[in-house]
Design a protein around this ligand. Structure first.
Ligand SMILES: Nc1ncnc2c1ncn2[C@@H]1O[C@H](COP(=O)(O)OP(=O)(O)O)[C@@H](O)[C@H]1O
Ligand SMILES: [Mg+2]
Length: 238
């Protein structure tokens, strides 16, 4: 589903962390938010997910306005999936139970849950490992469980916050390819946060570059490489 963020501001005290950010993501598009540490990427993602309330501005997914002056839709009613850098798996639950948990919260029947879990684990190549516990998995496999958990809910939008940062270089490269393939086969609408320009250049349909809370340029990797709007963008992507 398409996403539209309009005139978003977020301050923590006097710290203006997100400063008038507006952009849209088309249905089935993968947009990356790229910028240095502290520029406000995670905050934009958290506002979209409903984990943080904006100071002002609106967030829309499809026809639904999640946020305006009078109301905020709670996170679990937004149909948004999220994957974090830290995986955030429950250590005392098996792989199967980790993927199951959000579906239980949504009160899906056990049989429907089981088929969604099996399908999601298969998609991330973990079909045989449902009985394992997180500590019995490699870092890459743990991140795949987090991914399966997010896609099993069939989210309208998938948000990923530096999902590959804890993996070694070789695995990161492989997962990058896998994520891209998954995005294409499921036609998922994705917002992918990273500070890694190579990741952004390889994955993005379009990239949105942030600096000090502002969105300074948005375009395809080619457009941005060929026509950076300022020195910051030029240096950041080269
Ligand atoms: N809950 C919070 N309370 C106060 N300041 C915060 C909070 N969350 C983020 N910030 C500040 O907002 C700025 C942007 O943070 P963040 O969105 O995490 O940036 P990024 O993800 O680009 O590294 C930072 O200066 C950070 O310290
Ligand atoms: Mg961050």
């Amino acid at each position: 589903m398409n996403v539209k963020i309009d005139s978003l501001y977020k301050s923590f005290g006097n710290n203006h962390v997100v400063d008038n950010v507006s952009f849209a993501i088309n249905d089935g598009e993968l947009v990356t938010l790229l910028g240095p540490s502290g520029c406000g990427k995670t905050t934009v993602l958290r506002v979209l997910a409903g984990l943080e309330q904006p100071t002002s501005g609106t967030v829309r997914v499809g026809e639904k306005v999640f946020n305006d002056a009078t109301h905020a839709t709670p996170p679990h009613q937004r149909g948004i999936g999220m994957v974090f850098q830290s995986y955030a798996l429950w250590p005392h639950r098996t792989v199967f139970e980790n993927v199951s948990f959000p579906l239980e919260i949504r009160k899906l029947a056990a049989s429907e849950r089981a088929s969604k879990i099996a399908q999601a684990l298969k998609l991330v190549d973990l079909g045989e490992l449902g009985h394992r516990y997180p500590h019995e998995l490699s870092g890459g496999q743990q991140q795949r469980v987090a991914l399966a958990r997010a896609i099993a809910q069939q989210p309208t939008v998938l948000l990923l916050d530096e999902p590959l940062s804890n993996l070694d270089a070789k695995l990161r490269e492989q997962m990058r390819g896998d994520l891209k393939a998954l995005q294409q086969s499921l036609k998922l609408t994705m917002l992918y946060v990273t500070h890694d320009r190579l990741e952004a250049l390889e994955l993005s349909h379009r990239m949105a570059i942030m600096d000090h809370g502002k969105l300074v340029q948005m375009g395809t990797p080619d457009e941005i490489r060929e026509n950076p709007v300022n020195d910051f963008v030029r240096h950041f992507i080269s």
